[in-house]
Design a protein around this ligand. Structure first.
Ligand SMILES: NC(=O)c1ccc[n+]([C@@H]2O[C@H](COP(=O)([O-])OP(=O)(O)OC[C@H]3O[C@@H](n4cnc5c(N)ncnc54)[C@H](O)[C@@H]3O)[C@@H](O)[C@H]2O)c1
Length: 324
């Protein structure tokens, strides 16, 4: 293991904070860059509790912060780039804002990485790069045509082309992970797997959850620890590749809703069905066999076990709040 640090952008966010814990556990020095727009220092509490030796936090914006100076000073050998505008609907309201954070911000990260001699960038991209897929093509493979139908999907797709060119022209290696709907403790409700957090909050507070559309739409829910494991493996493997990180299993929003009540042991409350999001993808699942071949990775957490952990986390949070 090299002694120079790993830099994680967006490390104070949902996925980032779990990843930082794993890296600190493994003995890496970790530099977190985050502007705390959706992330928080509270998310890093567990990582900090593991001892302060290896963890440094830099409150910095990837768009206009001086990443060059930071990376020249810290000399990370790898950058895991998670910082992003993560809200699909926000990207439709403000395509320019989405582009600035997700494309220009990513370019700033790549520029600082090449100037400071970083060996590898690992990038979090999204199933939104593929757009709506005909059901015969499910679960989606990486070689399907990319036809994003949101600006978020487009900005996440655009960065893949930059990663390829940086590798060819500047010898900056990369792995891009196409994440399905990630869920787990600490998740906000606005990101892609946010429906799990939304249902958990409704169950704990005894309120009815709302479902956009008729709830028959399906998603591929992958547990955050499994996603973290894929990033970890990408430090050593998956050179120059784009790899789906998913379970390959479709779960409908209605099934998820019922399952979470069963796991929580709470009295079932019917959801409120609201207007669907225009153009919402009805079915989604990703084929992750390629990650199996190149990273020796597969999703090992069942939906039931993952949801149990989420429900437990919300129950703990609820009892801590009640005590304070
Ligand atoms: N959660 C999912 O289901 C999912 C699915 C596919 C892809 N992704 C991708 O994974 C990554 C992490 O997502 P997440 O779910 O943990 O979301 P998150 O919102 O919890 O994390 C994003 C982090 O980036 C930070 N950030 C945002 N803009 C920034 C900027 N300009 N400068 C510096 N920091 C900034 C935020 O403060 C936050 O800590 C994102 O790139 C997202 O697009 C997530």
């Amino acid at each position: 293991m090299t002694s120079s640090p790993i830099l994680v952008t967006g490390g104070a966010g949902f996925i980032g904070s779990h990843l930082v814990e794993r890296l600190v556990d493994a003995g890496y020095e970790v530099d977190v860059v985050d502007n705390l727009s959706t992330g928080s220092l509270a998310n890093l509490r567990t990582a900090r509790g593991k001892g302060d030796r290896g963890l440094r936090f830099h409150r910095l914006d990837i768009v206009d912060g001086d990443l060059d100076a930071l990376m020249m000073r810290r000399q990370p050998w790898a950058v895991i780039h998670l910082a992003a505008q993560v809200n699909v609907r926000e990207s439709m309201l403000d395509p320019v804002g989405d582009l600035v954070t997700n494309v220009v911000g990513s370019l700033r990260v790549l520029e600082a990485a090449r100037h400071s001699g970083v060996s590898k960038v690992i990038f979090a991209t999204s199933a939104g790069i593929y757009g709506a897929i005909t059901s015969t093509d499910l679960p989606v493979r990486e070689d399907v045509a990319h036809l994003p139908d949101s600006f978020y999907g487009l900005s996440k797709d655009t960065v893949l082309a930059y990663l390829r060119l940086y590798r060819v022209n500047f010898d900056l290696d990369y792995t891009a992970l196409v994440l399905a709907n990630v869920y787990g403790p600490r998740q906000g409700i606005l990101g892609e797997g946010g429906v799990v957090a939304k249902f958990a909050q409704a169950i704990i507070s005894g309120e009815q959850a709302s479902i956009l559309g008729d709830g028959s739409q399906t998603r591929d829910f992958v547990y955050v620890d499994d996603v973290v494991d894929a990033f970890y493996r990408s430090l050593e493997h998956g050179s120059g590749l784009t790899l789906n990180i998913a379970t390959g299993i479709e779960t409908s929003i209605n099934t998820l809703h019922k399952e979470m009540y069963r796991i929580a042991g709470s009295e079932y409350r019917q959801p409120v069905y609201c207007q669907p999001i225009p153009g919402e993808i009805m079915r989604s699942s990703l084929d992750a066999r390629r990650a199996g071949w190149y990273l020796r990775w597969h999703a090992s957490t069942t939906l039931e076990r993952g949801l149990e952990r989420v429900v437990e986390w919300y129950e703990d949070l609820d009892s801590q709040t009640a005590r304070s």
